[in-house]
Structures are given as structure tokens and as C-alpha cells.
Design a protein around this ligand. Structure first.
Ligand code: FAD
Length: 484
């Protein structure tokens, strides 16, 4: 369908969202291949996400990623037009203003984004313009990987089997070398006017040395991981003290690299083996989370297993604060929460430990933790975050059973045996010998004195006793089972 007032110079509008890259970008590729001038747009949508507006750490990333995308577009003759407001109004308004030949975008899967985008597509088409959407974020669409009767998978292993069976040769789309820019004269907001970066205080100063947002940074990270770590991934991915995982999660979330690029690069450059296979399964967990969010759209808000609706959650403001600040007195938990605060990221093994600690030791509703992660993670992702929190809490799909309660001491001893991780993030107890590092309160007092540690002064007493907390959590779970 095309609008009669189109001319040969009518541009195609490409609306960038969670696909902040040039290469393997189907919407951009289609626009460039249309032969029309191209206008590249990003909208800071203040209206649609509601309580899931990007958190502080995500906003930091977004700022740098948009800057990087604009530079990449300028290098090929284009630029990124920035607009703020209700995306429905901005996108349909701009399509009209430009008399655009078409509007293209890559799909998002958050429930609010789907509802908004459906409306936008309808309005654009009703106005006589073409609107086309593409898959730029997933290996396969959530509706493409289904059970025999067409329903969604609820268990990961068969899901992954079905997904893998659909992936053979991956043909990646090249980055355009030249862009026929159609944005001359269009107003663009200044990125700095969006105030995405923190100022007073600048709590993100620890992010800069760790991350390079943008497509180039993403590919550097992917290349280094494939060359140095991927073959050992299976053996090392659970050790938070070493760089054994890819750290691609924020790059994937913002679409600076596509999962197809990651999959293809790893398959082409890493020898077959358990490292490679286990890593690809993790990419599969990301896809599974998106499938869950697509098919169960209240996943971020409601228990996937409704029997958890009666769970007797507790809330203690002081204990919650201690958890967020890394002051629980359990070193592996505190190390994780401080890594999160200082770098915007936490190792997956430790995410599981701190989430288990919040929901089981402190008996707090998983949604409290989900919200905290949403604000503090640079990779905050509605699908992966809600699916993972529900997985740990026991209320999710194919979840860890609630009664499996991580012991933070033995988890620390097992996965941070050398103590490198805890010593880095909890330096005040670094002088404790390995044997006592994960349970400072249990160390003989002369050992603590020699390490210069007075509990309650230099490092907190444990916020709860592990044994008692475990009993309390099990009793809460039993009450649920009895009630069911
Ligand atoms: P790698 O181990 O190198 O894995 C490669 C990629 O696979 C990751 O970048 C990620 O995209 C994907 N992936 C790996 N594990 C998972 C998983 N369990 N679920 C979904 N995708 C996975 N991940 C997010 O991207 N955003 C979140 O908001 C998020 N919240 C989480 C909350 C909790 C409580 C837990 C336990 C996990 C959460 N995860 C989340 C999943 C996982 O911890 C991170 O994806 C991973 O730690 C990112 O590090 P990496 O890139 O080095 O991962």
C-alpha cells in the first residue's frame, strides 16, 4: 500500500529500538535496499513502558550506545535523529511529515511494546504508508518454536532441542557501506538534553573502565571471548573470580550484536566441544525467556505458577537495604551486590546466589529483587530478568524447586575457592585465610583479630542465621503446599 503523494525522493523511516547496530540489521538493510533515502530515528519513549522505563544503569548504557550508533551512521553518510515523547505520536507524526514511503523496524517483545507497535503499524497503514517489521533480536520468533500442538514450550530442554533443529546455515546481513540520508532539515534532540547520564552523584564512574557500549565494543568482546574463553566455557563459567563468560549480555540486550551473529561467530571460530555447546545453550536460555514473556505476558508481574500467589512473603526494610548495599554479612552475597552496584553487571552464578538469598533466606518477594536488578543492571532485560527471578524463586517455568536453598557459604567455597572474587569486592575481609573467608563469623576470634577484623565494626554480622532462615523458608513453602 502506498500513499499517492509519494515521490521518488520519499524516504524510508527506520525506527531503531533494541537493535542499535548497522550489521545484520534487517530493518536497516531493507531500507537501504529499497533505494530510497533513509531516515534513521530513535525515540526515547516516555509514555509507553510505564513502570518498566529503563533503569539508571540502562540509561547510562543507552546514552553511549546511541552516541556510538550516530557516529557509525555518520561514517556512512547518515545520522541518527533523536526525538522524545510518546512513540505512537512521534513515529506516526514523522512518517506524515516526511511523507515517508515506508516505516521499518525490528520487533520488540515486551508486552507494552507489542501493544504500542500494533497500534503504530495500524495507524501508519491506515494513513496509506507501508509499515514493515522484522526479526532483529532473536534466533527464531517465539511463535516459530512451538510444541506439536502449536503451544509454547514450558520446559527448557525440549524447547532448546526444537530451537536448535531450526538453526542451520545462518546468512548474516552485511552492514551498509553507504547511506543515502533523507534527514536534511529534520530537528534532532541533543543527546545530552535527555539527561541519561547520572551527574550528582556520578554513580556510574565504575562502569566506564569495564564497558564499551556500541557495535564496535560488542564485536571486540565477542571476538575476544571466542578466541580466548569459549572452548573452556563449560569448565569456567561458574567461577565468578575469573573472566570465563562472554559479558555480551548488555550488548545483546541493546542489539549492538545480534544473537545470530554471536551464534554464527562461535560456531565458525570455536572447535566443537562442551564449551561451545554449553555456551550456545545459554543463548538458548535467552530465547526461552523471550518465548515465555511472549506467551505469558504478565511474567514480569505475576507468578507463573499461580500457587505462589499465596506465598507468605515477608518484607524487612533494613534487611532489604543491607542486601542492596552488599552488607548482609555473607561475603559471596555482598561481593555480588557490590559488583552489581559498581559495574552494572553481576556474574550469573552470583546472581543465582543473591536471588536465592533474597527470596529464601530473607523471604522477600522476587519482585523486589527484580525491580532492584532492573534499575542497576546494564543488561536489564524484561524477558531474562523476570524469567530468571521466577526461576530462582521457584515460581517460574521449569524452575529450580523452592526447597533447593543455596547455602551461601558452601556456594562461596565451591565457586570462589581461591577467594579472588570476594577479596576483590569485599576488601575489608581480604586478609582472612581462604578457609574462613566465606564465613567470617565462624572464624576463631584470634584469626579474625590477626586479619584486623572486628565483626560489627569492619564487616557486618550475618543479617540472618543460615540454618534458621532455611527452616523458616521451608516452613513457608510447606504452608503453601498444605494450602494447595
Ligand atoms: P554468558 O554466560 O556469556 O552467556 C551468553 C549470553 O547468553 C548472555 O549474554 C545472555 O544473553 C544469555 N544468557 C546466559 N544465561 C542466561 C540466562 N540464565 N537467562 C537468559 N539469558 C541468558 N540476563 C540478562 O541479559 N538480563 C537480565 O536482566 C538478567 N537478569 C537475571 C536475573 C537473575 C536473578 C538471574 C539469576 C539471571 C539473570 N540474567 C539476566 C541471566 C544471566 O545471569 C546473564 O544473562 C549473564 O550473567 C550475562 O553474562 P554473560 O553475558 O557473560 O553471559
Amino acid at each position: 500500500m502506498s500513499n499517492s503523494s509519494h515521490s521518488a525522493s520519499s524516504p524510508v523511516l527506520v525506527w531503531f529500538r533494541q537493535d542499535l547496530r548497522l550489521a545484520d540489521n534487517p530493518a536497516l538493510n531493507a531500507a537501504v535496499h529499497s533505494g530510497a533515502p533513509v531516515v534513521c530515528l530513535y525515540v526515547l519513549d516516555d509514555a509507553t513502558p510505564g513502570r518498566w522505563m529503563p533503569g539508571g544503569a540502562s540509561r547510562w548504557w543507552l546514552h553511549h550506545s546511541l552516541k556510538s550508533l550516530d557516529q557509525s551512521l555518520q561514517a556512512i553518510g547518515g545520522r541518527l535523529v533523536l526525538r522524545r515523547g510518546d512513540a505512537l505520536k512521534v513515529v506516526t507524526g514523522l512518517a506524515q511529515e516526511l511523507q515517508a514511503r515506508a516505516v521499518y523496524w525490528n520487533r520488540c517483545y515486551e508486552p507494552y511494546a507489542r501493544a504500542r507497535d500494533t497500534k503504530i503499524k495500524a495507524q501508519i497503514r491506515d494513513a496509506g504508508y507501508e509499515a514493515e517489521t522484522f526479526n532483529g533480536s532473536l534466533m527464531r520468533e517465539p511463535w516459530e518454536v512451538t510444541t506439536k500442538d502449536g503451544g509454547p514450550y514450558r520446559v527448557y530442554t525440549p524447547y532448546f532441542r526444537a530451537l536448535s533443529a531450526q538453526i542451520d546455515d545462518i546468512a548474516l546481513l552485511p552492514a551498509p557501506q553507504k547511506l543515502n540520508d533523507g534527514s536534511a532539515g529534520l530537528h534532532s534532540d541533543g543527546l545530552t538534553t535527555w539527561d541519561l547520564l547520572p551527574t550528582a552523584p556520578d554513580w556510574a564512574s565504575g562502569f566506564t573502565p569495564v564497558w564499551t557500549p556500541g557495535e564496535t565494543g560488542a564485536h571486540k568482546r565477542l571476538g575476544a571471548f571466542a578466541a580466548k574463553c569459549a572452548s573452556q566455557y563449560d569448565a569456567k563459567r561458574n567461577l565468578p573470580g575469573i573472566a570465563g563468560t562472554s559479558r555480551l549480555s548488555p550488548h545483546l540486550h541493546f542489539g549492538e550484536v545480534s544473537p545470530r551473529q554471536v551464534w554464527s561467530h562461535v560456531v565458525s571460530n570455536v572447535a566443537p566441544g562442551s564449551g561451545r555447546e554449553t555456551f550456545l545453550k545459554e543463548i538458548g536460555w535467552r530465547e526461552f525467556s523471550y518465548s515465555l514473556l511472549y506467551h505469558f505476558d504478565d511474567l514480569p508481574e505475576s507468578n507463573y505458577q499461580s500457587k505462589f500467589n499465596d506465598f507468605p512473603w515477608d518484607f524487612d526494610e533494613n534487611a532489604f537495604k543491607r542486601w542492596t548495599r552488599g552488607q548482609t554479612g555473607y561475603p559471596i552475597v555482598d561481593a555480588g551486590m557490590r559488583q552489581l552496584w559498581q559495574t552494572g553487571w553481576m556474574h550469573n552464578r552470583v546472581r543465582m546466589i543473591v536471588a536465592s538469598f533474597l527470596t529464601k533466606h530473607l523471604l522477600m518477594d522476587w519482585r523486589r529483587g527484580e525491580e532492584w536488578f532492573w534499575d542497576t543492571l546494564v543488561d536489564a532485560d524484561l524477558a531474562s530478568n523476570s524469567a530468571s527471578w521466577q526461576w530462582v524463586a521457584g515460581s517460574g517455568a521449569d524452575a529450580a524447586p523452592y526447597f533447593r536453598i543455596f547455602n551461601p557459604v558452601t556456594q562461596g567455597e565451591k565457586f570462589d575457592a581461591s577467594g579472588d572474587y570476594v577479596r576483590h569486592w569485599v576488601p575489608e575481609i581480604a586478609a582472612l585465610p581462604d578457609k574462613h573467608l566465606h564465613a567470617p563469623w565462624a572464624a576463631p576470634s584470634d584469626v579474625r583479630a590477626k586479619a584486623g577484623i572486628v565483626l560489627g565494626r569492619d564487616y557486618p554480622h550475618p543479617v540472618v542465621d543460615h540454618g534458621k532462615a532455611r527452616e523458616r523458608a521451608l516452613a513457608a513453602y510447606a504452608s503453601l503446599k498444605d494450602a494447595a
